[in-house]
Write a protein that binds this ligand. Structure first.
Ligand code: CO
Length: 134
């Protein structure tokens, strides 16, 4: 059986990453590990780690990405939760066999070799869920 190991990250979509950091870094006091442009995702991302997990703040940098449309429609807020699994293919076939609706039918591979896939919020209590296998 495939297993969920931990929460890898929680992604929050923001309209102004500096303003968002004044809360997450300055007021809460979380460490900012990295703030970088992610041109492939047409966004800027801030990573704030916490015990093997992290909060990711994502600010779209163009109007035509999925996350920009999400921001335009719903405003800033929680975008997705990412669960790390030990066997992403196994988890995806288990989910399919239980009738869950997947956004990606097959796992994708990121530049750093991580495999990932998204599950539709319709199947996950209204939450967009990302799966990671590192
Ligand atoms: Co993510």
């Amino acid at each position: 059986m495939p297993h969920v190991k931990q929460i890898n990250h929680i992604a929050v979509v923001v309209d102004d990453i500096d303003k968002a950091l004044s809360f997450w870094r300055d007021a809460l006091g979380m460490e900012l590990r990295e703030l970088r442009d992610a041109p492939a995702e047409k966004s800027k991302v801030a990573f704030l780690p916490l015990h093997g997990s992290e909060v990711e703040l994502v600010q779209p940098t163009s109007d035509d990405s999925g996350i920009a449309k999400y921001l335009a429609k719903r405003g800033p807020g929680m975008h997705h939760i990412c669960l790390e699994v030990d066997d992403i293919e196994g988890m995806m076939s288990q989910l399919k066999s239980k009738g869950a609706r997947l956004i990606n039918e097959e796992p994708r591979t990121a530049a750093d070799g991580k495999k990932y896939a998204f599950i539709h919020p319709e199947s996950a209590s209204g939450v967009l869920v990302e799966l990671y296998q590192i």
